[in-house]
Design a protein around this ligand. Structure first.
Ligand SMILES: NC(=O)c1ccc[n+]([C@@H]2O[C@H](COP(=O)([O-])OP(=O)(O)OC[C@H]3O[C@@H](n4cnc5c(N)ncnc54)[C@H](OP(=O)(O)O)[C@@H]3O)[C@@H](O)[C@H]2O)c1
Length: 330
Protein backbone atom coordinates (compact mmCIF):
# COMPACT_ATOMS: atom_id res chain seq x y z
CA UNK A 1 0.00 0.00 0.00
CA UNK A 2 1.19 3.53 -0.86
CA UNK A 3 0.94 6.60 1.36
CA UNK A 4 1.87 10.29 1.29
CA UNK A 5 4.92 11.62 3.14
CA UNK A 6 7.40 14.46 3.23
CA UNK A 7 10.69 13.13 1.90
CA UNK A 8 13.95 14.97 2.53
CA UNK A 9 16.76 13.93 0.18
CA UNK A 10 20.45 14.76 0.01
CA UNK A 11 21.76 15.70 -3.46
CA UNK A 12 25.25 14.95 -4.78
CA UNK A 13 26.23 18.54 -4.02
CA UNK A 14 25.34 17.99 -0.32
CA UNK A 15 22.21 20.10 -0.60
CA UNK A 16 18.86 18.96 0.78
CA UNK A 17 15.57 18.93 -1.09
CA UNK A 18 12.07 18.40 0.29
CA UNK A 19 9.04 17.05 -1.55
CA UNK A 20 5.69 15.48 -0.74
CA UNK A 21 5.75 12.11 -2.44
CA UNK A 22 4.46 8.54 -2.22
CA UNK A 23 6.08 5.82 -0.14
CA UNK A 24 5.20 2.18 0.34
CA UNK A 25 4.34 0.59 3.68
CA UNK A 26 6.85 -2.15 2.78
CA UNK A 27 9.62 0.48 3.00
CA UNK A 28 8.93 1.16 6.68
CA UNK A 29 11.29 -0.41 9.23
CA UNK A 30 10.39 -3.50 11.23
CA UNK A 31 8.38 -2.96 14.41
CA UNK A 32 5.43 -4.39 16.32
CA UNK A 33 2.99 -1.59 15.65
CA UNK A 34 1.84 -0.02 12.37
CA UNK A 35 0.04 3.28 12.97
CA UNK A 36 -2.11 5.25 10.51
CA UNK A 37 -1.10 8.80 11.44
CA UNK A 38 -3.95 11.31 11.75
CA UNK A 39 -1.94 14.20 13.22
CA UNK A 40 1.67 15.16 13.76
CA UNK A 41 3.17 18.44 14.92
CA UNK A 42 6.07 20.67 13.97
CA UNK A 43 8.95 20.91 16.44
CA UNK A 44 12.22 22.81 16.11
CA UNK A 45 14.07 19.47 15.81
CA UNK A 46 11.90 18.52 12.80
CA UNK A 47 12.99 21.68 11.02
CA UNK A 48 16.64 20.80 11.67
CA UNK A 49 16.09 17.28 10.32
CA UNK A 50 14.25 18.68 7.28
CA UNK A 51 17.25 20.92 6.58
CA UNK A 52 19.80 18.09 6.67
CA UNK A 53 21.19 18.74 10.14
CA UNK A 54 23.39 15.64 10.60
CA UNK A 55 23.43 16.17 14.38
CA UNK A 56 19.74 15.17 14.25
CA UNK A 57 19.39 12.87 11.21
CA UNK A 58 22.32 10.91 9.84
CA UNK A 59 20.72 9.07 6.91
CA UNK A 60 18.74 10.49 3.99
CA UNK A 61 16.31 10.16 2.23
CA UNK A 62 14.28 10.60 5.38
CA UNK A 63 10.80 11.49 6.61
CA UNK A 64 10.99 13.75 9.69
CA UNK A 65 8.29 14.15 12.37
CA UNK A 66 9.18 13.35 15.97
CA UNK A 67 5.46 13.29 16.88
CA UNK A 68 2.58 11.18 15.65
CA UNK A 69 -0.94 10.43 16.84
CA UNK A 70 -3.23 8.00 15.09
CA UNK A 71 -4.93 4.64 14.94
CA UNK A 72 -3.26 1.24 15.07
CA UNK A 73 -3.62 -0.59 11.78
CA UNK A 74 -1.60 -3.74 12.64
CA UNK A 75 -0.02 -4.96 15.86
CA UNK A 76 1.95 -8.03 16.90
CA UNK A 77 2.09 -6.79 20.50
CA UNK A 78 -0.40 -8.09 23.10
CA UNK A 79 -0.56 -4.59 24.56
CA UNK A 80 -2.08 -2.94 21.47
CA UNK A 81 -4.91 -3.93 19.13
CA UNK A 82 -5.92 -2.62 15.71
CA UNK A 83 -8.25 0.34 16.23
CA UNK A 84 -6.47 1.62 19.38
CA UNK A 85 -5.81 5.36 19.32
CA UNK A 86 -2.22 6.06 20.29
CA UNK A 87 0.49 8.70 20.64
CA UNK A 88 4.12 8.18 19.64
CA UNK A 89 6.65 10.88 20.52
CA UNK A 90 10.43 10.94 20.81
CA UNK A 91 12.76 7.94 21.06
CA UNK A 92 14.10 7.68 17.48
CA UNK A 93 10.86 8.65 15.71
CA UNK A 94 11.53 11.23 12.98
CA UNK A 95 15.25 11.20 13.82
CA UNK A 96 16.58 8.16 11.96
CA UNK A 97 13.25 6.28 11.95
CA UNK A 98 10.67 7.53 9.40
CA UNK A 99 8.44 9.89 11.35
CA UNK A 100 5.06 11.52 11.65
CA UNK A 101 5.31 13.62 8.47
CA UNK A 102 4.11 10.47 6.68
CA UNK A 103 0.62 8.93 6.82
CA UNK A 104 2.00 5.68 8.31
CA UNK A 105 4.74 4.84 10.84
CA UNK A 106 5.93 1.46 12.09
CA UNK A 107 7.55 1.48 15.54
CA UNK A 108 8.45 -0.74 18.50
CA UNK A 109 5.54 -1.25 20.91
CA UNK A 110 7.54 0.22 23.79
CA UNK A 111 7.48 3.67 22.12
CA UNK A 112 3.69 3.75 22.09
CA UNK A 113 1.38 5.48 24.61
CA UNK A 114 -2.42 4.98 24.59
CA UNK A 115 -4.30 8.22 23.97
CA UNK A 116 -5.58 9.54 27.32
CA UNK A 117 -9.41 9.64 27.41
CA UNK A 118 -9.57 13.38 27.96
CA UNK A 119 -7.45 14.32 24.94
CA UNK A 120 -8.38 14.01 21.27
CA UNK A 121 -5.67 12.89 18.86
CA UNK A 122 -5.40 16.47 17.62
CA UNK A 123 -5.11 17.85 21.16
CA UNK A 124 -2.39 15.34 21.97
CA UNK A 125 -0.40 16.75 19.05
CA UNK A 126 -1.00 20.34 20.19
CA UNK A 127 1.10 19.21 23.13
CA UNK A 128 3.38 16.85 21.17
CA UNK A 129 7.05 16.79 22.09
CA UNK A 130 7.14 20.54 22.77
CA UNK A 131 4.22 20.36 25.22
CA UNK A 132 5.54 17.18 26.79
CA UNK A 133 8.90 18.90 27.29
CA UNK A 134 7.22 21.92 28.86
CA UNK A 135 5.31 19.61 31.22
CA UNK A 136 8.46 17.61 32.05
CA UNK A 137 10.27 20.88 32.85
CA UNK A 138 7.48 21.99 35.24
CA UNK A 139 7.47 18.50 36.81
CA UNK A 140 11.26 18.60 37.41
CA UNK A 141 11.08 22.11 38.84
CA UNK A 142 8.29 21.06 41.16
CA UNK A 143 10.26 17.96 42.23
CA UNK A 144 13.20 20.25 43.02
CA UNK A 145 10.93 22.07 45.49
CA UNK A 146 9.95 25.21 43.55
CA UNK A 147 6.23 25.56 44.27
CA UNK A 148 3.56 28.19 43.55
CA UNK A 149 3.76 31.15 45.92
CA UNK A 150 7.55 31.09 46.20
CA UNK A 151 8.18 33.89 43.69
CA UNK A 152 8.47 34.69 40.01
CA UNK A 153 9.01 32.01 37.37
CA UNK A 154 10.72 33.12 34.17
CA UNK A 155 9.89 31.37 30.88
CA UNK A 156 12.21 32.16 27.96
CA UNK A 157 11.35 31.69 24.28
CA UNK A 158 7.86 32.14 25.67
CA UNK A 159 5.91 32.45 22.43
CA UNK A 160 7.46 29.25 20.98
CA UNK A 161 6.12 25.70 21.29
CA UNK A 162 7.75 24.68 24.57
CA UNK A 163 7.54 28.22 25.98
CA UNK A 164 3.86 28.86 25.29
CA UNK A 165 2.75 25.56 26.81
CA UNK A 166 5.04 26.09 29.81
CA UNK A 167 3.40 29.50 30.39
CA UNK A 168 -0.06 27.94 30.26
CA UNK A 169 0.74 24.96 32.53
CA UNK A 170 2.59 27.09 35.10
CA UNK A 171 -0.21 29.62 35.19
CA UNK A 172 -2.84 26.88 35.57
CA UNK A 173 -0.80 25.46 38.48
CA UNK A 174 -0.82 28.84 40.27
CA UNK A 175 2.73 30.05 39.56
CA UNK A 176 3.41 33.76 38.89
CA UNK A 177 4.74 33.64 35.34
CA UNK A 178 7.00 36.20 33.68
CA UNK A 179 7.22 35.51 29.94
CA UNK A 180 10.30 36.70 28.05
CA UNK A 181 9.80 37.00 24.32
CA UNK A 182 11.38 38.65 21.31
CA UNK A 183 7.90 39.18 19.84
CA UNK A 184 6.51 42.35 21.42
CA UNK A 185 3.42 41.97 19.23
CA UNK A 186 2.56 38.72 21.06
CA UNK A 187 2.17 40.32 24.52
CA UNK A 188 -1.62 39.79 24.54
CA UNK A 189 -1.21 36.17 23.34
CA UNK A 190 1.10 35.43 26.28
CA UNK A 191 -1.17 37.25 28.78
CA UNK A 192 -4.14 35.23 27.46
CA UNK A 193 -2.16 32.03 28.13
CA UNK A 194 -1.72 33.16 31.73
CA UNK A 195 1.52 35.17 31.91
CA UNK A 196 1.26 37.88 34.58
CA UNK A 197 4.07 39.89 33.02
CA UNK A 198 5.58 39.92 29.53
CA UNK A 199 9.06 41.35 29.05
CA UNK A 200 11.33 41.68 26.04
CA UNK A 201 14.00 38.99 25.82
CA UNK A 202 16.74 41.68 25.75
CA UNK A 203 15.81 42.57 29.35
CA UNK A 204 16.93 39.09 30.46
CA UNK A 205 20.17 39.09 28.49
CA UNK A 206 23.01 40.42 30.63
CA UNK A 207 26.40 40.66 28.93
CA UNK A 208 28.14 42.67 31.69
CA UNK A 209 30.42 39.76 32.55
CA UNK A 210 29.40 39.86 36.24
CA UNK A 211 29.29 36.33 37.67
CA UNK A 212 26.18 37.14 39.74
CA UNK A 213 23.46 39.74 39.26
CA UNK A 214 20.41 40.90 41.27
CA UNK A 215 18.25 37.93 42.32
CA UNK A 216 14.81 37.80 40.69
CA UNK A 217 13.57 34.30 39.90
CA UNK A 218 12.40 31.44 42.12
CA UNK A 219 12.58 29.24 39.03
CA UNK A 220 13.26 29.43 35.32
CA UNK A 221 12.13 27.34 32.36
CA UNK A 222 14.64 28.07 29.63
CA UNK A 223 14.20 27.00 26.02
CA UNK A 224 16.87 29.12 24.32
CA UNK A 225 20.31 28.65 25.97
CA UNK A 226 23.22 31.08 25.47
CA UNK A 227 23.43 34.48 27.21
CA UNK A 228 19.76 34.33 28.18
CA UNK A 229 20.18 31.05 30.06
CA UNK A 230 23.41 32.31 31.66
CA UNK A 231 21.63 35.51 32.78
CA UNK A 232 18.72 33.50 34.14
CA UNK A 233 21.07 31.35 36.25
CA UNK A 234 22.96 34.41 37.50
CA UNK A 235 19.69 36.06 38.61
CA UNK A 236 18.01 33.06 40.26
CA UNK A 237 17.35 33.33 44.00
CA UNK A 238 19.02 31.22 46.73
CA UNK A 239 18.05 27.56 46.27
CA UNK A 240 16.14 28.21 43.04
CA UNK A 241 15.95 25.88 40.04
CA UNK A 242 16.55 26.47 36.35
CA UNK A 243 15.58 23.91 33.72
CA UNK A 244 17.34 23.83 30.37
CA UNK A 245 15.88 22.07 27.34
CA UNK A 246 16.87 23.97 24.23
CA UNK A 247 19.30 26.01 22.20
CA UNK A 248 17.08 28.16 19.98
CA UNK A 249 19.45 31.10 20.69
CA UNK A 250 22.74 29.24 21.26
CA UNK A 251 24.23 26.00 22.57
CA UNK A 252 26.83 28.00 24.55
CA UNK A 253 26.55 28.63 28.28
CA UNK A 254 28.86 31.50 29.28
CA UNK A 255 28.79 31.21 33.06
CA UNK A 256 30.93 30.70 36.17
CA UNK A 257 30.30 28.28 39.04
CA UNK A 258 29.32 31.11 41.44
CA UNK A 259 25.49 30.89 41.12
CA UNK A 260 25.79 27.20 42.02
CA UNK A 261 28.27 27.48 44.89
CA UNK A 262 27.19 30.83 46.40
CA UNK A 263 23.41 30.68 45.85
CA UNK A 264 22.76 26.93 45.67
CA UNK A 265 21.05 27.29 42.30
CA UNK A 266 20.27 23.99 40.56
CA UNK A 267 20.45 23.56 36.79
CA UNK A 268 18.35 20.65 35.57
CA UNK A 269 18.76 19.24 32.06
CA UNK A 270 15.58 18.16 30.28
CA UNK A 271 15.74 15.29 27.77
CA UNK A 272 12.27 14.33 26.64
CA UNK A 273 13.48 11.81 24.03
CA UNK A 274 14.86 9.37 26.58
CA UNK A 275 12.35 10.02 29.36
CA UNK A 276 11.60 6.60 30.93
CA UNK A 277 8.14 5.16 30.22
CA UNK A 278 6.95 5.29 33.86
CA UNK A 279 7.70 9.04 34.06
CA UNK A 280 6.37 9.53 30.52
CA UNK A 281 2.98 8.04 31.48
CA UNK A 282 2.86 10.17 34.65
CA UNK A 283 3.51 13.32 32.61
CA UNK A 284 0.85 12.46 29.98
CA UNK A 285 -1.60 11.82 32.80
CA UNK A 286 -0.97 15.26 34.30
CA UNK A 287 -1.18 16.86 30.83
CA UNK A 288 -4.53 15.16 30.28
CA UNK A 289 -5.99 16.10 33.66
CA UNK A 290 -4.75 18.76 36.10
CA UNK A 291 -2.55 20.50 33.50
CA UNK A 292 -5.06 20.35 30.62
CA UNK A 293 -5.14 23.77 29.01
CA UNK A 294 -8.69 25.05 28.36
CA UNK A 295 -7.93 27.24 25.34
CA UNK A 296 -5.77 24.74 23.42
CA UNK A 297 -7.22 25.86 20.07
CA UNK A 298 -6.02 29.38 20.82
CA UNK A 299 -2.38 28.31 20.62
CA UNK A 300 -2.84 25.83 17.75
CA UNK A 301 -2.35 26.43 14.05
CA UNK A 302 -3.45 23.46 11.90
CA UNK A 303 -1.67 22.90 8.59
CA UNK A 304 -1.47 20.23 5.88
CA UNK A 305 1.64 18.29 4.78
CA UNK A 306 1.85 20.65 1.80
CA UNK A 307 2.01 23.68 4.13
CA UNK A 308 4.97 22.27 6.09
CA UNK A 309 7.63 23.87 3.89
CA UNK A 310 6.80 27.48 4.75
CA UNK A 311 6.31 26.64 8.44
CA UNK A 312 9.68 24.84 8.63
CA UNK A 313 11.33 28.06 7.46
CA UNK A 314 9.38 30.13 9.99
CA UNK A 315 10.24 27.90 12.99
CA UNK A 316 13.95 28.02 12.10
CA UNK A 317 13.75 31.82 12.11
CA UNK A 318 12.02 31.78 15.54
CA UNK A 319 8.91 33.30 13.94
CA UNK A 320 6.24 30.73 14.79
CA UNK A 321 4.05 31.18 17.84
CA UNK A 322 2.33 28.45 19.84
CA UNK A 323 2.01 25.01 18.30
CA UNK A 324 1.67 23.92 14.69
CA UNK A 325 -0.33 20.71 14.22
CA UNK A 326 -0.06 18.81 10.94
CA UNK A 327 -3.25 17.15 9.68
CA UNK A 328 -2.23 14.03 7.71
CA UNK A 329 -5.83 13.18 6.76
CA UNK A 330 -6.13 16.15 4.39
N1 LIG B 1 15.50 18.68 25.38
C1 LIG B 1 14.36 18.27 24.86
O1 LIG B 1 13.86 17.20 25.16
C2 LIG B 1 13.64 19.18 23.91
C3 LIG B 1 12.33 18.91 23.50
C4 LIG B 1 11.66 19.84 22.69
C5 LIG B 1 12.34 20.98 22.26
N2 LIG B 1 13.64 21.16 22.61
C6 LIG B 1 14.39 22.35 22.20
O2 LIG B 1 13.77 23.47 22.81
C7 LIG B 1 13.90 24.61 21.96
C8 LIG B 1 12.53 25.22 21.70
O3 LIG B 1 11.78 24.30 20.91
P1 LIG B 1 10.37 24.75 20.32
O4 LIG B 1 9.81 23.57 19.62
O5 LIG B 1 9.59 25.44 21.37
O6 LIG B 1 10.85 25.82 19.22
P2 LIG B 1 10.10 27.13 18.76
O7 LIG B 1 8.64 26.91 18.69
O8 LIG B 1 10.80 27.61 17.55
O9 LIG B 1 10.36 28.17 19.94
C9 LIG B 1 11.62 28.71 20.18
C10 LIG B 1 11.46 30.16 20.63
O10 LIG B 1 12.73 30.62 21.08
C11 LIG B 1 12.81 32.02 20.85
N3 LIG B 1 14.00 32.27 20.03
C12 LIG B 1 14.23 31.88 18.75
N4 LIG B 1 15.42 32.32 18.32
C13 LIG B 1 15.96 33.01 19.34
C14 LIG B 1 17.18 33.71 19.52
N5 LIG B 1 18.10 33.79 18.54
N6 LIG B 1 17.42 34.30 20.71
C15 LIG B 1 16.52 34.21 21.70
N7 LIG B 1 15.33 33.56 21.60
C16 LIG B 1 15.07 32.97 20.44
C17 LIG B 1 11.53 32.43 20.11
O11 LIG B 1 10.59 32.83 21.11
P3 LIG B 1 10.30 34.38 21.46
O12 LIG B 1 10.17 35.08 20.13
O13 LIG B 1 9.05 34.35 22.24
O14 LIG B 1 11.48 34.88 22.23
C18 LIG B 1 11.06 31.11 19.52
O15 LIG B 1 9.69 31.14 19.25
C19 LIG B 1 14.64 24.13 20.72
O16 LIG B 1 16.01 24.37 20.86
C20 LIG B 1 14.36 22.64 20.72
O17 LIG B 1 15.34 21.91 20.01
C21 LIG B 1 14.30 20.28 23.42
Amino acid sequence: MKFKALIVSETDSKRFTREISEKSIDDLPKGEVLVRVNYSSLNYKDALSAHGHKGVTKRYPHTPGIDAAGVIEESTSDEFQPGDEVIVTSYDLGVNTPGGFGQFIRVPANWVVKRPDTLTLKESMTYGTAGFTAALSVFKMEQAGVLPGQGLILVTGASGGVGSIAVAILSKSGYHVVAASGKTEEKQFLMDLGAQEVIHRDVVKDTSGWPLIKMKWAGVIDTVGGDILATAIKSTKFGGTVTCCGNAASPELPITVFPFILRGVSLIGIDSANCPMDVRLKIWDRIAHEWKIENLDYLTNEISLEELEQNIDLILKGKLKGRTVVNLMR
